[in-house]
Write a protein that binds this ligand. Structure first.
Ligand code: FBP
Length: 271
């Protein structure tokens, strides 16, 4: 890993990536609750919030929409990804090169590695090429590190998640994006295993404001760097309100209650 605290991916050493590759990874089902969220412009607008350090998108979305937002949004190029139509062993097609992502304006790259998949060897070799090319442009590399595969049992245990964070360090990721391991103590161990690689929590499916912010708070208290979140932001009618609260918890290290009070004062929730 390289020092990334001066890069656009971080603010005061912390990270809040807004992830918006769900149209590829999950399909239109993720946009059903809030139909406007299918429109990338809506999510690019949300990504102009001060709390968001980068927006992670696939190539087609970046090409089509980033030119209108390049002054206001930092771009993370999610280089690989697979649709939910794929029924084979976990794998992820490399959809654009680091050179092209840099040309489009990306400040950092993102790459999924499914440790434990029968395709792990190829994915790790593809990550190697992307990570080394990213170094030439000083672009931080974020690993979506998910233990997942046919031969892998208990992929969601704290031990598997700590191992996935360690893969990030061993393979040269600057940030490892991992699932929440279930408790602050387990997150502390995950962060310890990642060494100098920053650890961010993957958002997961939509939860209440209190539950979600409490998970994020325990990541910060465990020494984690922040969050890479999609559905818990864009599946809300008022994503800016949650981002106001996340800004408090992540960058000001306030309590969940104080963050919710501040968000409510700034944008009262409709009765
Ligand atoms: P969420 O916050 O919505 O979970 O998004 C994070 C993310 O990593 C996305 O970048 C990606 O589309 C999705 O989760 C993949 O999650 P999974 O492979 O577990 O379905």
């Amino acid at each position: 890993m390289i020092p990334i605290d001066d890069s656009p991916l971080t603010r005061d050493g912390k990270v809040l990536i807004l992830a918006y590759d769900h149209g590829l990874e999950h399909g239109p089902v993720d946009f059903e609750d809030v139909p406007e969220s299918a429109n990338p412009e809506r999510v690019f607008d949300v990504a102009t919030h001060d709390a968001v350090t980068s927006l992670a998108v696939q190539k087609g979305i970046a090409e089509a929409y980033y030119p209108s937002y390049e002054d206001d949004v930092n771009l993370l190029a999610k280089l690989n990804g697979t649709s939910n139509l794929w029924r084979g062993e976990p794998d992820s097609a490399v959809n654009w090169s680091v050179d092209y992502a840099h040309e489009v304006g990306a400040d950092s790259i993102g790459f999924t590695v499914y440790g434990g998949s029968n395709n792990e060897i190829e994915m790790v070799e593809e990550f190697r090429d992307a990570q080394e090319k990213a170094r030439e442009y000083d672009m931080p590399a974020v690993m979506w590190s998910y233990p997942r595969g046919q031969g892998l049992r208990n992929a969601k245990t704290p031990e598997s998640i700590a191992y996935s964070a360690r893969l990030g360090l061993e393979l040269g990721a600057d940030v490892a994006k991992v699932k929440y391991p279930g408790s602050q103590a387990a997150m502390e161990e995950t962060v310890r295993m990642a060494g100098k690689t920053k650890v961010v929590m993957s958002g997961g499916s939509k939860r209440s404001d209190e539950e979600f912010l409490s998970n994020v708070k325990s990541v910060i208290d465990a020494g984690g760097a922040g969050l890479a979140v999609g559905r818990n932001v864009f599946q809300r009618e008022n994503p800016e309100r949650l981002l106001d609260a996340l800004e408090k918890v992540i960058f000001e290290e306030t309590s969940v209650e104080a963050a919710l009070d501040a968000a409510e004062a700034a944008a009262p929730e409709a009765e």
